[in-house]
Design a protein around this ligand. Structure first.
Ligand SMILES: *Cc1c(COP(=O)(O)O)cnc(C)c1O
Length: 421
């Protein structure tokens, strides 16, 4: 039996309705930008396996560093112990994070990094004797699938069974260039009614909302409002971090720096799971006390895993290299050229781009998990390109190491798909 048949026996896949989508694709190997399946097909990974493998799959610089580290120290409790990989990573990361960030808290996936951000924001006020019990978030954000992260995400039919158990969250619209006054009015109203502890947001690009983009000005004014009202700002850069927007972090485009930043996905270049919640010295200081109970009582078994730290450090070294920086600029320019061309296509409603993240909306209605979306996905796969349309949005978030030729093929297959509709 091959992989896709054996898979059916015992495996329950993420975000999958198994009755409607029983088929999986058995992947046997990945190298650079290419995924290889068990039937001998190759696919260009044009979404970097959910935006993780930005330096290419099985990048030898990262794998060799991890291979060396795993002969020396594999795993150790991170409460009371420390080690060189975590310390080196902390030094390298603080150097590239927005300048107000000074402390790092380790965990192991994007959702938990958000949970930790939320707990930091709530306890920040609690420790000062102030009980603030409401959070603020964008209507259509996505922050993960654990309870806190789900609570601050947009409402959808998929969290119906859980909504009754959510944290208390008030939602505001994403800035669109026209709703500026309305948002500020709403913020004033909300702060007069509720005790708001923190604001959780995806800066500039909202991934699961189909790569919806907003400009820094609108967000700046919301963040400024939060600062003045002592609302802790939590930037979820799980997707936007590590070069995707053209800067190291989306927050680099903003005048107001967040108090807390959530990181994962490209953090380890896709090699190992890890997440980090960074914060300012001011946040850390609110937990620093002779009183034990003022500490942050949160921790995961694999917090600060030495192998993950090693992968992350290698990833940051690559990100800072001239090679990768030049590639990022090349991809940005290339997308701009493609955008100018494809926006005139009769099936395209609009295009948008932030850094290496490119998206286009079709002027055809599609359900998020509907048949037409599945057909589009199949067309891409049949033509050797792995893209995952979000409803009627097609987006590219390819590894920084994608070659000119591979990128041209991605564009051609997208255009071919539009022609076929
Ligand atoms: C993917 C994602 C998450 C959740 O990360 P997981 O590792 O899947 O738990 C949270 N926030 C954003 C913006 C994401 O893109």
């Amino acid at each position: 039996m091959n992989l896709k048949q054996r898979d059916k026996n015992h495996i329950w896949h993420p975000l999958t309705q198994h009755k409607l989508h029983p088929e999986t694709i058995g992947i046997t190997k990945a190298q650079g930008c290419i995924l290889f399946d068990e039937d001998g097909n190759e696919y260009i990974d044009a979404i970097a396996s959910w935006y993780t493998c930005m330096y290419g799959h099985c990048n030898s610089y990262i794998t060799q560093k991890v291979a060396t580290q795993m002969q020396v120290l594999d795993q150790v409790v991170f409460s009371g112990f420390t080690h060189e990989p975590a310390i080196k990573l902390s030094e390298a990361l603080i150097e590239i994070l927005p300048s107000n960030q000074n402390k790092l808290f380790f965990s192991d996936n994007g959702s938990t990094s958000v949970e930790i951000g939320i707990k930091m924001a709530l306890q920040f006020h609690f420790n000062q004797g102030e009980k603030r019990n409401v959070l603020l978030a964008f209507e259509d954000g996505f922050h993960g699938d654990t309870f806190g992260a789900m609570s601050v995400s947009g409402l959808s039919i998929y969290n119906g069974p859980f909504e009754d158990f959510f944290l208390d969250v008030k939602r505001i619209p994403t800035p669109n260039g026209e709703n500026h006054e309305a948002i500020l009015y709403l913020l004033k109203e909300l702060t007069s009614k509720y005790k708001i502890a923190g604001f959780v947001y995806e800066p500039l690009v909202q991934g699961a909302a189909a790569m919806k983009m907003h400009n820094p000005e609108g967000l700046n004014s919301i963040l400024r409002f939060c600062k003045t009202n002592n609302i802790i700002t939590v930037a979820d850069e799980v997707m936007t971090g590590f070069g995707k927007t053209g800067h190291f972090f989306a927050s680099d485009y903003l005048d107001i720096k967040p108090d807390i930043i959530c990181l994962s996905k490209a953090l380890t270049g896709g090699l190992l799971p890890m997440a980090i919640t960074s914060c300012s010295q001011e946040i850390f200081d609110a937990f620093y006390s002779d009183d034990m109970s003022k500490g942050l009582f949160h921790g995961h078994t694999y917090s600060g895993n030495p192998l993950s730290c090693t992968a992350a450090l290698a990833g940051i070294e690559l990100l800072k290299s001239d090679d990768i920086q030049i590639n990022i600029q090349r991809i940005i320019t290339s997308h701009e050229t493609f955008g100018k061309h494809i926006k005139n296509h009769s099936k395209v409603a609009s295009i948008r781009q932030t850094g290496i993240i490119f998206a286009l909306d079709l002027n055809i209605e599609m359900e998020r998990y509907g048949n037409l979306r599945d057909k589009l996905f199949q067309f891409f796969m049949n033509n050797g390109v792995f893209l995952r349309p979000l409803g009627n949005t097609i987006y590219i978030q390819a590894p920084y190491v994608i070659s000119k030729k591979q990128l041209q093929k991605v564009y051609q297959v997208i255009e071919g798909a539009l022609d076929s509709l």
